[in-house]
Design a protein around this ligand. Structure first.
Ligand code: FES
Length: 360
């Protein structure tokens, strides 16, 4: 919920630590333009607790009932060494409800409900890394680069940052500055189109086997951390495998919504989708859910109380008993097979295949 908070004084000191189980709101203290359609938002805990997280993790933000939109997860782009605050970096997406709401409404002193840190896209220890990001998928990887910069330790990182055009590269000047200071950080910007730039000294196009072979000849010895739109990650994964990166050394942020907010389905598709009735037995409420919508999204819009966190089938927070009916569930580790066998499901990543009765 967006409400005004009286500012704490600069002298306020709190040595407490953010507790992911009980702390549930963050205060925006800064909004910063990164590119023509990307802003960074910095948050602190209302009582100035230290926020402990790992580079690559994300927070779930809920604009609130008055905005009538669901929560979304955004990767942290700031360094985990700077625990007084966290920053998320958000691209405005045509039709993207939450990103547009954040761009249009979030200002210093606004409080948002927030939960986290969440996520498993965390860098394992290694001598050499290849970071690959596409578009706004740069955010979790930027947190890792900033972590290295703050630690002032020797690194061996190749960072391939792909984007539509040079003006779309988030953190372009900061990365260039960091690569001058950090001897072991080698940057490779890869724009698809350079028509808006007077001259572009580097390569252009999309990632390919030939490009990675030339630019990163020792790719097979590196731990790969990749984040971006689904087609980019598909290409990055298959090329990495072809070039000898063992599966255990390839890591990607499978949680698309953390960084890449999808536009809603076109209206034509939406109109054709079947509609089912989902009954929440304990609350005595029924909700209409289209076959292309998740049970959680519709339940929340209709005021049904349902706990949730990641909204992507990862954390298990929304686990509920399915008394009757069938769903198409695409989870990402938030539920075990024996729980599914016992009749449980995750409403956040389940679309109805029939009318449902849910024990909530
Ligand atoms: S809210 Fe995380 S699994 Fe459903």
């Amino acid at each position: 919920m967006a409400i005004e908070l009286p500012l704490m004084t600069n002298n306020t000191i709190n040595t407490g630590v953010w507790n992911p189980d009980t702390d549930d709101s963050l205060v925006c203290i800064d909004v910063h333009d990164e590119t023509h359609d990307v802003k960074s938002f910095t948050f602190v805990s209302p009582d100035r607790k230290q926020i402990v997280f790992s580079a690559g993790q994300y927070f779930m933000f809920e604009p609130g009932a008055d905005a009538d939109i669901d929560g979304r997860c955004y990767s942290i782009s700031s360094s985990p060494h700077r625990r007084n605050a966290i920053t998320i970096t958000v691209k405005r997406v045509p039709g993207g409800q939450v990103s547009n709401w954040l761009h249009d409404n979030l200002a210093p002193n606004t409080i948002l409900r927030a939960s986290g840190p969440l996520g498993k896209f965390v860098r394992p220890p290694a001598k050499k890394y290849l970071f690959m990001s596409g578009g706004s998928g740069v955010t979790p990887v930027m947190s890792m680069v900033r972590e290295f910069a703050d630690a002032s330790e020797p690194v061996d990182v190749v960072f391939l940052h792909a984007g539509r055009s040079p003006k779309d590269f988030i953190f372009r000047s900061e990365l260039a500055t960091l690569s001058e200071k950090m001897k072991g950080l080698r940057l490779l910007f890869l724009p698809e189109d350079t028509s808006n730039e007077r001259s572009w000294p580097g390569v252009t196009g999309r990632i390919s086997k030939e490009l990675l072979q030339l630019a990163v000849p020792d790719i097979a010895e590196r731990v790969v951390m990749c984040c971006g739109p689904a087609p980019f990650m598909r290409a990055a994964k298959s090329i990495s495998a072809e070039l000898g990166v063992p599966e255990k050394n390839y890591h990607e942020e499978s949680f698309d919504a953390a960084v890449i907010e999808e536009a809603p389905a076109p209206i034509a598709e939406a109109v054709e989708a079947k509609v089912f009735t989902v009954q929440f037995s304990k609350q005595g409420k029924s909700v209409e859910v289209r076959a292309d919508q998740t049970v959680l999204a519709c339940a929340k819009k209709s005021g049904v109380r349902l706990p949730s966190s990641c909204a992507n089938g990862i954390c298990g927070t929304c686990k509920s008993k399915l008394v009757s009916g069938n769903v198409d569930m695409k989870h990402d580790g938030g539920i075990r097979q024996r729980e599914i066998d016992a009749g449980f499901f995750l409403p956040c990543c389940s679309k109805p295949l029939s009318d449902l009765v849910v024990e909530r």
